[in-house]
Every structure is written in structure tokens, then in C-alpha cells.
Design a protein around this ligand. Structure first.
Ligand SMILES: *[C@@H]1O[C@H](CO)[C@@H](O)[C@H](O)[C@H]1NC(C)=O
Ligand SMILES: *[C@@H]1O[C@H](CO)[C@@H](O)[C@H](O)[C@H]1NC(C)=O
Ligand SMILES: *[C@@H]1O[C@H](CO)[C@@H](O)[C@H](O)[C@H]1NC(C)=O
Length: 311
């Protein structure tokens, strides 16, 4: 049994440890200020969550919003996975977190949340980042930023976010980082990865970037469009004849297609596809909330491979 002296020693050691860890006390308090105790209508969970703003440009007053959902099981041994929605202009909180890979889904009456058992935070610490400023909860105090925004600034601001976020969450420094996203993040993800690599070359504290991944990526008109119609054809969604006509008629490099090509797309989708969702061809198509059939015309996502994707 421990005597009083031993207990006192233990206490002073604990205090010393507290003091040592508090040499970074500023960030510990900052991190704590971002903690989410619970969201409205949220089921009980065992993982910690944080959210808040990180200023990426003081002069303009630009700040990016993030939401971190850590893993319920040994989070400190799991990587940091950053998720970016596309658009450009789509919110990572509204799409990625709430409809796709996050731990919570919003229920039918929009008055509560339920758990998504396929959430990626089962295997990683998931950080949803809203970028660029103007998207979702991210904002700027300089209105002109919203007019002259672009991919270069998006990548620079996202890097700045990551550097400052790691200062706020020092326990994530040196952690393996993966940058992931969908659709227009086909631009955001590799461009941010490149900025990180440039930063790492000159930094004493490099970011431990391990990998990138993009689903349904927008990268290049030619390969994206050719890939889409080839996918339709190789999955028996369109006939050999229509496929050949599309290949012979369309100039996949163009942003806007010729009328001949457009009508081939319409023919493929209206006459040949059948009632399937091209974004999830093996599942039955969803119905609208009023129970009516979900038609292609009411699809939230674009039908055409070359139109600007919205998520
Ligand atoms: C934006 O302006 C508001 C109001 O002055 C201020 O409270 C806020 O800190 C500013 N944001 C940034 C990122 O500087
Ligand atoms: C949604 O969640 C809230 C809060 O848990 C609950 O009161 C409500 O009944 C739920 N609605 C539906 C349609 O599940
Ligand atoms: C969609 O509606 C059809 C009838 O219109 C119905 O048979 C089917 O079960 C519904 N599917 C879903 C997922 O609700």
C-alpha cells in the first residue's frame, strides 16, 4: 500500500506533467474552446468532436471553418483524414459530413441525428474543412475575396489552415495525414498536396502527408468525359452503337459540347440508360420524399459528364 510520501510524490509528478504539457498551454486552451459537447438531437457517442475557425489571412479577415470527428477507438494511433467537398462552392459539412462519410446523418424530420455505421471515423480521425472562404461556414471580411477567389488561393489558404490548426492541436503534429475529397476536389486535393510538399521542403516541421484520394474526381475534361462514356458502355448502360457515335462525334476536350454531341448524350440517357442512377448503378434508384419516382430530371447531380459537378 502506498504511504503518504509516495502519494505526495505521485501528485507532484502529476502536477509537473501538467505543467510540462502546459508549456503548450495556450493551444491546449484553444483546443478545449473548440470542443463540441453535443450537437442538437445527437445520439450519445464515445468519440470527441471539435469545431471552430482558423484565421488564414489576418489582413483580409479570412477564416476557414472545420469540424473534427475523432475515432472512437484509439484515435491517437489513427491518421488524420481531411475531407474536401467540391463544387467549387460545396460545403464539406453539408455534403461529406452529413450525407456521405461522416458519423451523423440528419433524420427525416430534420430535428435529430442518427449514426452512420459506415462512417470513416471508424478508421481515422476525420476533419471536414470548408474551403475556400465563402463556402459553408467559412467566411471573409473582405467582400472582394468572394469575387477574385480561385484554386491557387484555395490551396494556399488550406495550407495555412493546416499549419495553424496543427499549432492548435499539437498532438496531431507528425501524425500521418491523408487529403481526400470528391468531384471538384479533384483540383483541391492534388493542389493542396503540392503546396504541402513545397512547404515541407523549407520547413523544420514538415507535415507528414502520406497520401491523397479523390472520388468522382474532376481533373481534365478529356479524360473525365471519355472515362464517363466508356464507363456507361462497359457497364452495359448504353449500346455499342451509341458509344461509337459519342466517340466519333464529341470533342471531349470542350467545356460545352456541340448540339450533335448533346443530342447523343440525351439519347443515351433518355432512351438507353433505363431507370438507374448513374452515380450508383447497382442500387435501386431513390424515390422523392413524397414517394414519387426519382427521375433523372429531378436529380440533384448533373447528368452530363461535362457539366460542372456540384459536389
Ligand atoms: C471579421 O470581422 C468581425 C467583425 O469585425 C470580427 O469579429 C472577426 O474577428 C473578423 N474575422 C477575422 C477572421 O478577422
Ligand atoms: C429525429 O430525431 C429527433 C431527436 O432525436 C426525434 O425527436 C424525432 O422523432 C426524429 N424524427 C424522425 C422522423 O426520426
Ligand atoms: C419507390 O416507389 C415505388 C413505387 O412508386 C415503391 O415500389 C418502392 O418501394 C419505393 N422505394 C423506396 C426505396 O421507397
Amino acid at each position: 500500500m502506498a504511504n503518504n510520501t509516495q502519494i505526495l510524490n505521485l501528485i507532484s509528478m502529476a502536477l509537473l506533467l501538467l505543467f510540462v504539457s502546459n508549456s503548450e498551454g495556450h493551444s491546449a486552451a484553444e483546443e478545449e474552446a473548440d470542443r463540441i459537447s453535443a450537437l442538437p438531437g445527437q445520439p450519445k457517442v464515445t468519440f470527441p468532436q471539435f469545431s471552430g475557425y482558423v484565421t488564414v489571412n489576418k489582413v483580409a479577415g479570412r477564416a476557414l471553418f472545420y469540424w473534427l470527428t475523432e475515432s472512437p477507438n484509439s484515435p491517437s494511433s489513427k491518421p488524420l483524414v481531411i475531407w474536401l467537398n467540391g463544387g467549387p462552392g460545396c460545403s464539406s459539412v453539408a455534403y461529406g459530413a452529413s450525407e456521405e462519410i461522416g458519423p451523423f446523418r440528419i433524420n427525416k424530420s430534420a430535428s435529430g441525428l442518427y449514426l452512420n455505421k459506415f462512417s470513416w471515423n471508424n478508421v481515422a480521425n476525420l476533419l471536414f474543412l470548408e474551403t475556400p472562404a465563402g463556402v459553408g461556414f467559412s467566411y471573409t471580411n473582405r467582400s472582394s475575396d468572394l469575387l477574385d477567389t480561385g484554386d491557387r488561393r484555395t490551396a494556399m489558404d488550406s495550407l495555412e489552415f493546416l499549419i495553424r490548426w496543427l499549432d492548435r492541436f499539437p498532438r496531431y503534429k507528425n501524425r500521418e495525414v491523408y487529403i481526400t475529397g470528391e468531384s471538384y476536389a479533384g483540383h483541391y486535393v492534388p493542389q493542396l498536396a503540392r503546396q504541402i510538399m513545397v512547404y515541407n521542403k523549407k520547413s523544420k516541421h514538415p507535415i507528414n502527408l502520406k497520401g491523397i484520394m479523390v472520388g468522382n474526381a474532376v481533373t481534365d475534361n478529356y479524360y473525365d468525359n471519355l472515362g464517363t462514356v466508356t464507363y456507361w458502355w462497359s457497364h452495359a448502360m448504353i449500346s455499342d452503337k451509341t458509344y461509337q457515335q459519342l466517340i466519333n462525334t464529341c470533342d471531349f476536350r470542350r467545356q460545352k459540347e456541340s448540339n450533335e454531341c448533346e443530342s447523343l448524350y440525351s439519347y443515351a440517357m433518355d432512351q438507353e440508360f433505363g431507370n438507374i442512377d448513374q452515380y450508383n448503378i447497382y442500387a435501386p434508384p431513390c424515390n422523392n420524399s413524397d414517394g414519387s419516382r426519382f427521375t433523372r430530371h429531378s436529380m440533384r447531380l448533373p447528368n452530363r459528364p461535362h457539366s460542372v459537378p456540384i459536389s
